[in-house]
Design a protein around this ligand. Structure first.
Ligand code: HEM
Ligand code: SF4
Ligand code: SF4
Length: 429
């Protein structure tokens, strides 16, 4: 007998209709969540996305190539997530498992649609079926192990990682989805009774089904129906929850990887024309950030990598690049309710002392897995402070001395480079 299984086997037509209705509701909640954030991002300065899609095909490909490369290497290849011990391993397993389950479910739906056109178009049988079932059984385990490791990490509560109660919800949802998926398989095998390779290609399901050997076919079918609905509702809950939890990084992260500037952490000069045109220098309203910068705030999953490498944070200065991103995100969220003319000034939540604590070393930018440019936020805010006369301490003194004697040390101008001499170079007295 050719190994296969029926799509929606044991599920009545009425249940299938309800299933698709619930799917539409969950996708609508998901789409609304994305749209809410998209409305906030659009309040930033335009990044001229249309320009990216103008010209002939060759020109368009050339323009989108760097973004696509970042998506492949940093997104799919997870290149910037690696190298951090337990959470990196957890994410690699969870990511690989999730992507394979997503691909598997998509292929199942494609097969179902093809079957509706003609039974002859069905491809979910024979060798394909055996490879499909075995692969998904194995990757499902990776998904569960990755989620369990993240549970362990959350229990350890490292201080640089953000903690919200919804983080537990996400992990519980993932565990429940993985376990109920195997339960569906086990109950299906209990009533379908596959034999030979059709059974052994699902080793986890077969092992679990052995625990149901005493169940009659009718009992196994009822059990299958219950866990099938439970599994479906959990998956729809997960889809709906994406834009409202930390899981939003699965949308905003890749978007930011695609749109991020290649010159991350490189200071951009301010021109006089730009200052005259904008009638300001730097940023003193959240709307002065670009759409891409606002979107990048939503890509932050508070992994703490930037905080861990920040020399200012390590030396107990009042600065954490992760905090800067979260504070700016808080100001961005006020855009949802603020009147268009209400100023939303980030300086009200980020102090001058915090901003001047940055050494501009770029370490935070270099480690961010989703290429958020924390340094440009800091520099733009600092430029605004400086332009408004908000300089204080040694930097203000140095600038004053530059103005009076062209030497930041306050000594004669011809002694300006003396600081660079080795003691042995100094003239003998
Ligand atoms: C562009 C692709 C992605 C990137 C760059 C990315 C990056 C990250 C990073 C850096 C973390 C923090 C891990 C840590 O604490 O070190 C994280 C957390 C997480 N990611 Fe992703 N991720 C991506 C896609 C996905 C996908 C597709 C899923 C699966 C739905 C996923 C699920 C999770 C979960 C559940 C957590 C949080 C675990 C926790 O801390 O409780 N990610 N991600
Ligand atoms: S800014 Fe980047 S590195 Fe820092 S916490 Fe957010 S995602 Fe992690
Ligand atoms: S650039 Fe500034 S915020 Fe980023 S790591 Fe260096 S000191 Fe910290």
């Amino acid at each position: 007998m050719t190994p296969t299984r029926e799509t929606f086997g044991n599920i009545s037509t009425a249940s299938q209709v309800v299933f698709y209705l619930v799917a539409v509701v969950s996708c609508a909640i998901f789409a609304y969540g994305i749209w809410r954030r998209f409305r906030l991002w659009r309040r930033g300065q335009s990044i001229n996305l249309r320009e990216m899609l103008t010209g002939n095909l060759e020109q368009i490909v050339e323009k989108i190539r760097p973004g696509m490369r970042r998506l492949m290497v940093d997104g799919l290849g997870q290149s910037r997530v690696r190298g951090r011990g337990l959470p990196s391993k957890a994410h690699a397993l969870l990511f690989a498992g999730f992507m394979m389950l997503l691909l598997g479910t998509t292929l199942l739906e494609v097969n179902h649609l093809a079957e509706m056109v003609s039974k002859k178009l069905s491809f979910h049988h024979g060798t394909y079926y055996v490879v499909y079932e075995f692969t998904l059984d194995m990757f499902g385990l990776l998904f569960l192990v990755g989620t369990t490791l993240f549970f362990a990490r959350r229990l350890m509560r490292p201080s640089s990682v953000g903690h919200r109660s919804s983080d537990w919800l996400v992990l519980v949802l993932f565990l429940a989805i993985g376990l109920s998926g195997y339960a569906v398989e086990a109950f299906r095998m209990a009533w379908q009774q596959p034999v030979g390779i059709g059974a052994s290609c699902s080793p986890v399901g077969r092992w679990l089904a052995s625990g149901l050997s005493g169940w009659s076919e009718a009992q196994a079918r009822s059990g299958h129906w219950v866990v099938w609905w439970l599994h479906s509702l959990l998956v729809f809950g997960f889809i709906a929850a994406i834009p409202y939890t930390r899981l939003f990084h699965v949308i905003a992260g890749p978007l930011n990887l695609f749109l991020a500037k290649p010159s991350l952490g490189v200071l951009q000069p301010v021109t006089l024309e730009q200052a005259e045109l904008e009638e300001r220098i730097g940023v003193n309203d959240i709307r002065h950030l670009t759409t891409q910068q606002l979107l990048s705030l939503d890509a932050c999953m508070e992994c703490g990598r930037c905080e861990d490498v920040c020399p200012a944070f390590a030396t107990h200065k009042p600065l954490s690049p992760k905090r800067i991103v979260q504070d700016l995100k808080g100001v961005m969220e006020q855009l949802a309710t603020a009147a268009p003319e209400t100023p939303l000034n980030p300086h009200e939540v980020i102090s001058a002392e915090t901003l001047w604590s940055c050494t501009a070393c770029s370490a935070c930018v270099n480690v961010c897995p989703v290429r958020i440019d924390q340094l440009t936020f800091i520099i733009d805010l600092r430029r605004n402070l400086a332009s408004e006369g908000g300089l204080s301490g040694t930097s203000a003194t140095a600038l004053r001395r530059m103005q009076s004697s062209a030497n930041p040390w306050g000594l004669p101008v011809d002694e300006r480079a003396n600081w660079a001499q080795f003691p042995s170079d100094a003239p003998a007295s």
